[in-house]
Every structure is written in C-alpha cells, then in structure tokens.
Design a protein around this ligand. Structure first.
Ligand code: SF4
Ligand code: SF4
Length: 127
C-alpha cells in the first residue's frame, strides 16, 4: 500500500520526480512503478510516501519555500475536491488516471499555476 496526499494523486500522473535530487527522483519512480503494477493507494492528510524522501520535509512540514506548507495543503484540498475523494479512502492508479484525464484544462490552469516543477512535468497546461 502506498500512502499519498491529495495533490500527489494528480501530480503523479504527469510528474516523474525531477528537479529536487536523485534520492527523491528514485523514490518517485519506485512508487510510480508500484502503482502501475496495481498497488493500492491510501489517501492521507499531510506528508506521504513521496514527502518522506524529500529533503524539504522538516518536522512533518513542507519547507520548500516560505509559504509552501500552506500552498501544498491548498493543493491537497483542490485535488481531493476535484477527485471527490477524502482522507482514509483507498483508490488505485487507473482510477486516478481516468479521473485526471477528465479534468478540464481550466482545472489544470488553476491547479498548476505557479508550480516550481512545471518545467519537469507533462501536465496538460503545457500541451
Ligand atoms: S505542474 Fe506541478 S502542480 Fe501541475 S501536475 Fe505538474 S507537478 Fe503537479
Ligand atoms: S516539496 Fe513539500 S509537498 Fe513536495 S514532496 Fe517535498 S515535502 Fe512533500
């Protein structure tokens, strides 16, 4: 079972972990491989299995930038609202892929606005 927070349910459809460091990228690739092989996802609030190998996680808080903890929490909420999912629920990656592919471009224009990883990501805003 892989634990994921809200915004990573969307981002992992388009992003492979580039832009932080090698350890982070390997972890993202490892987790995506498990998801593609069918491992269940449990939705969590706060730091997840992606954050756990991120050098910006300090004391369970995202320290990527001064406002990042607030920003990632907002993104978590936007993602869960759009996907109609909540903490504690189990999902699989195929279901997420289907839902993410239904999202209108307007959703991504808002969700991805100002994201520092845009240059590494294949999100629909760039297509
Ligand atoms: S651009 Fe950023 S917010 Fe948008 S899907 Fe990619 S990683 Fe997530
Ligand atoms: S930047 Fe923040 S939200 Fe993103 S993986 Fe690192 S700790 Fe988690």
């Amino acid at each position: 079972m892989v634990k994921l927070r809200g915004h990573h349910l969307i981002c992992l459809n388009f992003y492979d972990g580039d832009g932080i460091d090698e350890m982070f990228k390997h972890n993202v690739e490892f987790i995506k491989k498990k998801l593609i092989e069918g491992e269940d996802i449990k939705i969590v609030k706060g730091p997840d299995d992606i954050c756990m190998e991120c050098k910006y996680l300090k004391n369970q808080i995202c320290n990527f930038s001064a406002d990042s903890e607030t920003e990632v929490k907002n993104l978590d909420e936007k993602a869960l609202n759009f996907l109609n999912l909540k903490k504690g629920v189990f999902v699989n990656f195929n279901e997420l892929k289907r839902k993410a592919s239904y999202a209108p471009l307007e959703f991504y224009k808002d969700f991805c606005n100002g994201c520092s990883f845009m240059e590494y990501c294949k999100c629909p805003v760039k297509i």
